[in-house]
Write a protein that binds this ligand. Sequence first.
Ligand SMILES: Cc1cc2nc3c(=O)[nH]c(=O)nc-3n(C[C@H](O)[C@H](O)[C@H](O)COP(=O)(O)OP(=O)(O)OC[C@H]3O[C@@H](n4cnc5c(N)ncnc54)[C@H](O)[C@@H]3O)c2cc1C
Length: 456
Amino acid sequence: MKYDAVVVGAGVAGLYSSLILASKGFRVALVESKPASRIGDKTCGDAIGVHHFEHIGLKPPDSVVDHVYKGVRIYSPSERYEITVPGEGVSVNRVKLGQWLLRQALDKGVELLDQHTVLGVTVKDNTVKSITVKKVGGGTVELEASGFIDASGAKPALRSRLPEAWPISEKPYTTDFNIAYREVVEYDGSVNEADRDYAVIYLNTVVAPGGYWWLFPKSGDGRVVNVGLGVIWNGLHNPRHNYDKYLKPRFPGRVIHAGGGIVPTRRPLPTMVWRNVGVVGDAAYTVNPVHGGGIGSSLEAADIVARHMGDALEQGVVDEESMWGANIEYMKAYGAKQAGLDVLRMYMQRLSNDDFEWIMANRLVDGSSVYDMGVKGELGERIAHTVLAVLKALSRPSLLNQLRTVRSYMKKAVELYLDKYPSKPAELPGWMRSVEDFFEEYRRTIGFEKGERVKW
Ligand SMILES: Cc1cc2nc3c(=O)[nH]c(=O)nc-3n(C[C@H](O)[C@H](O)[C@H](O)COP(=O)(O)OP(=O)(O)OC[C@H]3O[C@@H](n4cnc5c(N)ncnc54)[C@H](O)[C@@H]3O)c2cc1C
């Protein structure tokens, strides 16, 4: 079967990529291993900042929104101190969001091959010619296309089968991920009234080592909650075990949905396009490394890569040269910030409960500085000035020096992904080497153990 584009995976990233390409009049196949009725059913915290929808001009209907947030509230390990970060967000109903996007994609002519799983990829003349997919309980089909998009999530089905020499097939380390577990609970109690309209994050390295645990209310009365936790994937921690030990007793009630998953918490792939392939969403590591939110950035990456692939299809040449603008646009929109936050993430994963408690008790950071950091991926002048001055006054020389170091690496990481990002594909290998050296040096400096490369 021949298409202009084949998209693998009908999560938010694949649904939106296929919708954009079909809207431009291309013949698009969307391959998904789940049945159509389960599209959108993703284990998730469900929280998203509305600015992501605004950036791409997407207006989900009210029926997709379970609850509206005024911002994010962060609690210290003892829960005595809190920071409130302003910014409107929503708790989405993931199934309804997925089904809403699916309906639009089908209306635009996308051909859905649900219950089809990718089995293989055929590469000929340095280009992907086709993919082989198998229907559940049925036979195999070969799908040919001019362009392919991998939107198959954190364990990528397409790019993991591409030649290793292609930079788009880069393999991450296990510590580039959090493993997470969460339950949606009809809670016997109810969330504190003061917290009901916030996505609430708890820093606690005993409950969630290398991550955090969250309480995201899903109803105005605080009775339905999404509770979960993420831990760094280093072979030492089990999120389900920690959930049962620390959170289940605290949130008794009827479990509506339970599940786990992995979340990439790192800088983006070095390139989201290579030969006639684009990669979007979790498959391209577009998640925010610090808070783990990836719904919005998956949509933004899908928007960018699909538009560039559409232009390339129109020109009749689909390769990294014709689609390079996608990388430049994504790094500006989100990727450079991710690189800065990746530096901060590794440092935060080395902090203890005492460190977090001390930082929050001494009001080293406030809501607006966390907001600024989240927007830019940098410890801005104002924050740095205040934080460093306070640290000096409180005579904590070791933390002072560490923060100076982290700040300087964050700045350099943002520069690498913004000003120094290759203007053309030929410059990519040299740039990748400097990124690898940069992160190697940083990990050595802060004593961060990167772990094994993943097996897929
Ligand atoms: C526990 C947890 C909590 C989270 N909380 C939040 C949150 O609160 N806010 C937020 O913004 N983000 C959150 N995230 C991250 C967010 O869910 C993801 O970043 C986002 O959903 C990624 O979308 P995607 O389309 O790239 O991938 P996915 O949603 O993973 O979609 C991939 C699709 O590809 C399909 N697929 C996979 N392999 C194949 C194959 N071989 N053949 C065919 N189809 C295949 C899958 O079935 C799936 O439908 C959380 C993630 C987890 C795991």
